[in-house]
Design a protein. Structure first.
Lengths: 112, 114
């Protein structure tokens, strides 16, 4: 079955430290992959997406993600965490159709 | 979010009553979706529409119905609300044929069934 798995429902990092949020997918077709961010009491905002081409994708707010087919992964990183990065992050894929399937989310806490 | 609005933003209703949530878009996107968000479950698809009067079920469609009589409006109805339908509901739009991969989300409707 096609699925998106986010490892770690809660991640805490110190301000200025590396942020790494993990996402793995299971798919029999080349997926389009997305990362969304949700700030408290708001909707979801697209951070970045991978469709085709370059496997290292840069998004907003200094985030980037790398599509690794051999590892079926699409991990989200940011070199230096900022307090404003505290939010919930969702990985998603469309698995070749028009419906997005989401992971269960990772809540990122930034420690001052 | 620009181009997509949900109403109401908050609603408290009693068990057994019907409830309708509205999603309105000004982007002329073909696809519209309703998701619910619950802790530990992420977002789960309830129903979606791929055109006027063309709708289909998602993974958690029981107890919900939808209608789309105009491109810009997508209504979600809870026929007889239950406490298990207490959730935050998000509408989203997309236009894959136009190359708009991924969704644009509304701000959500927080529904409490008491």
């Amino acid at each position: 079955a096609q699925s998106v798995t986010q490892l770690g429902s809660h991640v805490s990092v110190s301000e200025g430290a590396l942020v790494l949020l993990r996402c793995n997918y299971s798919s029999s077709v080349p997926p389009y992959l997305f990362w969304y961010v949700q700030y408290p009491n708001q909707g979801l905002q697209l951070l970045l997406k991978y469709t085709t081409g370059a496997t290292l994708v840069k998004g907003i707010n200094g985030f980037e993600a790398e599509f690794k087919k051999s590892e079926t992964s699409f991990h989200l990183t940011k070199p230096s965490a900022h307090m404003s990065d505290a939010a919930e992050y969702f990985c998603a894929s469309n698995f070749g159709n028009e419906k997005l399937t989401f992971g269960t989310g990772t809540r990122l806490t930034i420690i001052p | 979010d620009a181009g997509i609005t949900q109403s109401p933003r908050h609603k408290v209703t009693e068990t057994g009553t019907p409830v309708t949530l509205r999603c309105h878009q000004t982007e002329n996107h073909r696809y519209m979706y309703w998701y619910r968000q619950d802790p530990g479950h992420g977002l789960r698809l309830i129903h979606y529409s791929y055109g006027v009067k063309d709708t289909d079920k998602g993974e958690v469609s029981d107890g919900y119905s939808v209608s789309r009589s105009k491109t810009e409006d997508f209504l979600l109805t809870l026929e007889s609300a239950t406490s298990s339908q207490t959730s935050v509901y998000f509408c989203a739009i997309s236009d894959p044929e136009g190359g708009i991969y991924g969704y644009t989300f509304g701000s959500g409707t927080r529904l409490t069934v008491v």
